[in-house]
Design a protein around this ligand. Structure first.
Ligand SMILES: Cc1ncc(C[n+]2csc(CCOP(=O)(O)OP(=O)(O)O)c2C)c(N)n1
Ligand SMILES: [Mg+2]
Length: 124
């Protein structure tokens, strides 16, 4: 499963169920620190789109997921190393992938501006 940090903040309680039943998922949490899609549907830079910073890779243990391979990665080399382990081992894996806010939005500011303005009726 690949999830964003904002989406995962609504769902990570399910880790406890995974721990309880001993399932072995491979989970990647793409952590850009924001509810990024809001850039496109409202506008950039609202504080309410900033997310609480969680050390996601510590969650599996807290939720009773024993023996999971966990990692927090911030470089391509570290991600590659984690992926190699995930591929090689028959284990549950949970990888927090740090991405900078600037790098996480594939659209230009001009396109985002245009997008949200089209959806926002003018006032008055
Ligand atoms: C089942 C469901 N619940 C809630 C939402 C509302 N929702 C839309 S985007 C989003 C999360 C966006 O933030 P993130 O996962 O960090 O992704 P980013 O845009 O930063 O890549 C959520 C929870 C949804 N789309 N579907
Ligand atoms: Mg996000």
């Amino acid at each position: 499963m690949v999830t964003g940090d904002g989406a995962h903040q609504l769902t990570f309680n399910e880790l406890a169920v995974m721990g309880r039943y001993g399932v072995k998922p491979k989970i990647f949490v793409i952590n850009n620190g924001i509810y990024g899609v809001e850039d496109v549907i409202s506008e950039r830079g609202h504080e309410y789109d900033d997310l609480a910073q969680i050390n996601y890779h510590l969650l599996p243990e807290a939720f009773g997921c024993k023996w999971w391979f966990v990692a927090k990665v911030a470089t391509n080399a570290d991600l590659d190393a984690a992926l190699e382990r995930v591929a090689a081992e028959d284990t549950a894996a949970y990888i927090g992938v740090m991405i900078s806010e600037e790098e996480s939005q594939p659209m230009t500011e001009a396109i985002i501006d245009n997008g949200y303005k089209l959806r926002t009726p003018p006032i008055g």
